[in-house]
Design a protein around this ligand. Structure first.
Ligand code: FAD
Ligand code: UDP
Length: 385
């Protein structure tokens, strides 16, 4: 059976699916995808719940990108709901727009003080700039320093401690930098040119990508059940027979190498779905709860999917430690210690020229979906085509 395939791909998320699609459609080669879950689409998977509401099983996923190449590529497999995600954070009993922006300043401070703050931010950083909270906190100007401390305390500190188990400054600044303070009145969570939700859902998008006679998919299978990699020689066996094609791996890189340089740290989530017999539960797609409760945020799917149905389903996200074999490694924990461990795995991975590591887990990068698509297209062009 191994001889039938030119490529074996571990994982059917965006990383694995894009490469499978490209190998099949551009090279006309045979691909086997080995996927441990009972479905394709990785963490982007969506499905109808028992009430007929379309939900994202692994948390809310909004597609957004600046890249026309990525947008055009993905658009071959789906139409879009043009949806611009809006997030409110509940702080001190009121709901304020996140990213924290000039509208948020006017929502929480008296107009005269808000106007002065806005003026100072524009003078200091320029209208339209995006300032990470840790950068804003470096300011010595008294009003800006006050604002920075206010936003840090109310929006970032407790949310980050819940989400990651550590304070913002103990993580790479790029983590809280994903949601900067924005010096304009744009309330949208993402400012990318292209944004949307696949009209018939993500799973349908993946089905269309992978519906090719060259592509076979094996679900419910950990790759180690069918693939044996000799880490010393780099030899690969599939179904107990030598495999001379290319292996694309999109699972956790430390697992692949038997944790030889130590376990990388991940954060997991536990999702609590709740159904309500009401048309709408909250006024925006997501409401963040930085300071209250054990969950970080509540998302109501109907805002994203535009589904017209009389009842509604929400999800609450409870961050937890990652425990191998028990829950799912959703987030790489970006700090200096993990960066040093990952660097060793990365160097090791370069020894295997027939094995390619790509995706959020295999590259230990806090990638959004568009970054994974972009990287997979590049890997295909540069290393597989
Ligand atoms: P994955 O989607 O994780 O796919 C990897 C696949 O490999 C999985 O299906 C897994 O089961 C399989 N696998 C792993 N190990 C093995 C094994 N041993 N054997 C066989 N198969 C294996 N991005 C956005 O752009 N917008 C968003 O709004 C957004 N929201 C998110 C919300 C949450 C809660 C999370 C956790 C992530 C979010 N993301 C979002 C990020 C997005 O999920 C990832 O960028 C994307 O799914 C990564 O694709 P991937 O193929 O690298 O990994
Ligand atoms: N963050 C925060 N408060 C918020 C929103 C975000 O502290 O209201 C911080 C937090 O550390 C979070 C990070 O910014 O993990 C990135 O947020 P994002 O919404 O991008 O996270 P994701 O959607 O990937 O879970």
């Amino acid at each position: 059976m191994a001889k039938e395939y030119d490529f074996i791909i571990v994982g059917s998320g965006f990383a694995g699916a894009v490469i499978a699609e490209q190998v099949s459609s551009k090279l006309n080669k045979k691909v086997l995808i080995v996927e441990k879950r009972n479905h394709i689409a990785g963490n982007a998977y969506d499905c109808q719940d028992e009430h007929g509401v379309l939900i994202h099983k692994y948390g809310p996923h909004i597609f957004h990108t600046r890249s026309e190449e990525v947008w055009n590529y993905v658009s071959q497999f789906t139409d879009w709901n043009i949806y611009h995600h809006r997030v409110l954070a509940k702080i001190d009993g009121i709901e304020v727009p996140i990213p924290f922006n000039l509208n948020s300043i006017y929502a929480v401070f008296p107009p005269e003080f808000a106007g002065r703050l806005a003026q100072k931010l524009i003078e200091r950083f320029g209208f339209g700039s995006r300032v990470p909270i840790l950068k804003l906190r470096e300011s010595n100007e008294p009003d800006i320093a006050f604002l920075a401390q206010y936003v840090y305390d109310r929006v970032f500190l407790n949310y980050t401690v819940k989400q990651w188990g550590v304070k913002p400054e103990e993580l790479s600044p790029s983590v809280t930098g994903r949601v900067p303070v924005v010096i304009n009145r744009d309330d949208r969570y993402f400012q990318d040119r292209f944004q949307g939700i696949p009209k018939q859902g993500y799973t349908k998008l993946f089905e269309r990508m992978l519906d090719q006679s060259n592509i076979s998919i094996m679900l419910n299978t950990d790759y180690r059940d069918v693939i044996n990699v000799d880490l010393a020689s780099g030899d690969v066996e599939v179904f107990d027979r030598p495999f001379n094609g290319k292996l694309v791996y999109t699972g956790p890189v430390d697992y692949f190498f038997d944790y030889k340089f130590g376990a990388l740290e991940y954060r997991s989530l536990s999702f609590k779905f709740e159904h309500y017999d009401t048309f709408q539960y909250q006024t925006t797609g997501t409401v963040n709860y930085p300071n209250d409760y054990g969950f970080t945020r509540i998302t109501e799917f109907k805002h994203l999917t535009l589904q017209t149905i009389s009842s509604t389903t929400i999800v609450k996200e409870y961050p937890t430690a990652y425990k191998p074999g028990i829950n799912i490694p959703y987030y790489p924990v970006k700090n200096d210690i993990n960066a040093a461990i990952y660097r060793r795995y990365f160097e090791e991975s370069k020894k295997y020229n027939r094995i390619i590591f790509v995706g959020r887990l295999a590259e230990y990068q806090y990638y959004d979906m568009d970054a994974v698509v972009s990287k997979a297209l590049r890997v295909f062009r540069e290393r597989l085509a």
